[in-house]
Design a protein around this ligand. Structure first.
Ligand code: ADP
Ligand code: MG
Length: 241
């Protein structure tokens, strides 16, 4: 088996004296969609942010393409072509859609700019219609499209998505998840997805991990976890089906 694209080994992350991650092991291979599911406060966003070096892991290591990135500053991690759509989307509200996309483009790669914008507009035609509109005036779903689009402008090898479905209507969520699937199938993009929406995430994913109180308690194929009674009881019963 080839080495994982992303390899998280025994990571512990603290906020002051509070340990938010307690020895996390996660692997993401090229071409996979892998999700991390877990309740609010489990440490999902902390893992995403730790991969990006902010905060840094206190213990353990993170490897990307075999390179140890645990102690790298965030901008150097981004330069390795890891891109993220953070929790809450974090688009620039006063900038237009097009300007937001410009902010995501890597400076080394401006010659691709037009082509890459067109790709984003093909994936999310809604953004094309609204390219001159300010980000802050977009709907939640459109802001999520923009946040993903901006991350794609960096031509990532690995796309990290933190709760893309949060606060969106079911039909909009479906569209977002379909776009992620399309990117993975058509472009071979590798995706690491964090979600409280366990049903949607597991259906979409090749593999998944369950995070409880900063620890991975279960892992398996998306299909197996969907069928797992413990997962069903904790994350799926009464949820979105
Ligand atoms: N900036 C912070 N300072 C202190 N504690 C934090 C901070 N961010 C998150 N935490 C705590 O770390 C734990 C994990 O949070 P988080 O990673 O945001 O969980 P999730 O994304 O799974 O909801 C929670 O107990 C949360 O209160
Ligand atoms: Mg979170």
């Amino acid at each position: 088996m080839t080495a994982p694209l992303l390899n998280v080994r025994g990571v512990e992350t603290y906020y002051g004296n509070i340990r938010a991650l307690n020895g996390v092991d996660v692997e993401v291979h090229r071409g996979e969609i892998v999700s991390l599911i877990g309740a609010n406060g489990a440490g999902k966003s902390t893992l995403m942010m730790t991969i990006f070096g902010k905060p840094q892991a206190r213990t353990g290591s993170i490897f990307f393409e075999g390179k140890d990135i645990t102690r790298l500053p965030t901008h150097e991690i981004a330069r390795l072509r890891i891109a993220q759509s953070p929790e809450g989307r974090r688009i620039f509200p006063r900038m237009t859609v097009l300007e937001n996309l410009q902010m995501g483009a890597s400076l080394d790669d401006l010659k691709h700019f037009k082509e890459d914008v067109e790709k984003v507009f093909t994936l999310f035609p809604r953004l094309k219609e609204r390219q001159a509109q300010r980000g802050g005036t977009l709907s939640g779903g459109e802001q999520q499209m923009l946040s993903i689009g901006r991350a794609l402008m960096a031509r990532p090898k690995l796309l990290l998505l933190d709760e893309p479905s949060l606060g969106l209507a079911p039909l909009i969520i479906k569209g977002i998840f379909e776009a992620i699937k399309k990117l993975n199938k058509q472009e071979g993009l590798t995706v690491f997805l964090v979600e409280q929406n366990a049903f949607g995430a597991l259906k979409l994913s090749d593999r998944a991990y369950v995070l409880v109180n900063g620890r991975v308690t279960m892992s398996g194929s998306g299909k197996d976890l969907l069928a797992n009674p413990e997962v069903r009881a904790a994350y799926l019963e009464g949820g979105r089906h």
